[in-house]
Design a protein around this ligand. Sequence first.
Ligand code: NAD
Length: 489
Amino acid sequence: PTMAHSKALLVLENFVGGKFVPCSSYIDSYNPSTGDVYCRVPDSGKEEVEAAVKAAKDAFPIWSSKSPLERSQILNKLADLIEHDLEAFAQAESKDQGKTITFARTVDIPRAVHNFRFFASSILHHVTECTEMPTMGCVHYTSRAPVGVAGLISPWNLPLYLLTWKIAPAIACGNTVVAKPSEMTSVTAWMMCKLLEKAGVPPGVVNIVFGTGAKAGEALVCHPDVPLISFTGSTLTAQRITERSAPHCKRLSLELGGKNPAIIFDDADLSQCIPTTVRSSFANQGEICLCTSRIFVQRGIYSEFLKRFVAEAKKWKTGNPSDPTIDVGALISKEHLEKVRTYVKKAQAEGARVLCGEGVDPLALPPGNQKGYFMLPTVIAEVKDESCCMQEEIFGPVTCVVAFDTEEEVIRRANGVKYGLAATVWSSNVGRVHRVAHRLQAGLVWTNCWLVRDLNLPFGGMKASGIGREGAKDSYEFFTEVKTITIKH
Ligand code: NAD
């Protein structure tokens, strides 16, 4: 740390009422690929949140009275400005989060741009309902209005991507926002603040307070003038947010963890299935809520699958995230790396076999990355369904492969966890694909593919994976208040 402090540190400031404001105390933020402190993030609390909520409240009357078209034009302008700086945003996201520059360039930042364009467009196309009651001489119709100040809380795995997935629909609908990104990945949100004025976003419409969940996050959740909270993060934090917001009866949208199964039947096209399942297990170091972490393979193809899957996983190169040939970057923090490693050790202690990766293969890192938080893609076989590796979200580059015999059995086992976010099914039998998809407890089921998304349609989880859905119509409904009006003529 002494060395790192002697270098010029990046110091972030909160963005409130259209202005950058310093904070009285700061938190260190690490570069996960070197282990150095490189940035200082405001450690905001009640006072900073109070100022941000006030700014958002003051901006609400003007912003909410703009037409959808005016707001749409501003969102499109902001998308253009982020896109113009795509490379700088991608570099910053990779450095701050540890993800590969390739992933940041091709997924995170393009998707952040697209989030604004998508909601800029979808806000122009919503229709409300109307019904007639001729015998009563009445028509009924619904009207929708923005709710007020929206509190938005996002995690560290896809920082700008997930933050803009909330900011875009919230402001497109006419709300103003106070957002709190993860204290571990705040840089790209701060960079975006610099573009808001140029895009035409009026002061106070988007306010960002940086800091920890316990201080800044809770202050936002408990603020009486913030009637809705959109949260993406862990199930444990969501329980806390639910408790803390309960006295205010807030509207909550909760996008939480997963323990996503891939079910591979013996008639699957393995030439497609294997590279896709390696990607669904290890993309972004396995730090995506939609990543596969339990792979059920039908017994007849189990050994062949395992052999080919491990060979494919070994092709993934782990190393310096800024090198464009690297597939696996650094995990978010030292603590998280330790946690992920502990799962692998527990599996071994229970008699499971680690086929590649952690503790089995050598990890060679460039000299500058020796203190980074790296881990090889790890495949574990012969894990029991009740093992914590098969039940708990690991959120790292670890996947478990097990065998199954029948369709009935695999549905029961795939559903046998507390989570229900996403599932993947591989089979060339279309009848089976439909049957299995209908019976899986998951908010999203992909068959013969993974992570193909149409943002129009609902996104979200069942069971402990969340409450509510996000998407064109779903986000519109969440971020607006509906009213039914009856006219007698
Ligand atoms: P986390 O729950 O620790 O933190 C998420 C955010 O909540 C951070 O900004 C954090 O500062 C804040 N926070 C923490 N405690 C808080 C509190 N008491 N009150 C208010 N805010 C608080 O999650 P994480 O470790 O940052 O992210 C990883 C988790 O997010 C994983 O479980 C992953 O599955 C989940 N996730 C879900 C989705 C989805 O769409 N379903 C997407 C990405 C990540």
